[in-house]
Design a binder for this molecule. Structure first.
Ligand code: ZN
Ligand code: ZN
Length: 118
């Protein structure tokens, strides 16, 4: 599947590579998570870092028109949150470094959308 890039927005946040890899808080430069490149279709991640910075990240490849909303949670494997249906690794959130976070992420394999609020 060709990845036609659609939208990208980072607020107070840095990403090591263009669409993936380590996620940094731009205020304290701490790593707060890790995004896997090949498995997600769309990610929205909002957080408040323990340094007080509020940041967010949005990347959307928009190749799936209607993701199926899942009531299930992502499953933790090691420190990586994975799709519970096909085990695709999606995102790591270093929740010890952040005060609160929420996310929505779409797995591009099974086309389900997973969301979480803390
Ligand atoms: Zn910070
Ligand atoms: Zn999946």
């Amino acid at each position: 599947m060709a990845r036609t890039f659609s939208r990208k927005k980072l607020t107070n946040t840095k990403l090591l590579k263009e669409y993936a890899s380590w996620i940094y808080c731009e205020n304290c430069n701490e790593t707060i998570g890790y995004l896997c490149y090949t498995s997600y279709e769309k990610v929205e991640f909002d957080y408040e870092c323990s340094c007080g910075n509020k940041g967010d990240l949005l990347i959307d490849f928009s190749t799936i028109n209607q993701p199926k909303h899942s009531k299930n949670s992502l499953k933790m494997k090691g420190n990586r949150l994975c799709c519970p249906l096909d085990d695709s690794p999606l995102i790591t959130i270093l929740d010890k470094k952040i005060a609160s976070f929420s996310y929505q992420i779409v797995c591009n394999n099974c086309e389900h959308l997973y969301s979480h609020n803390s």
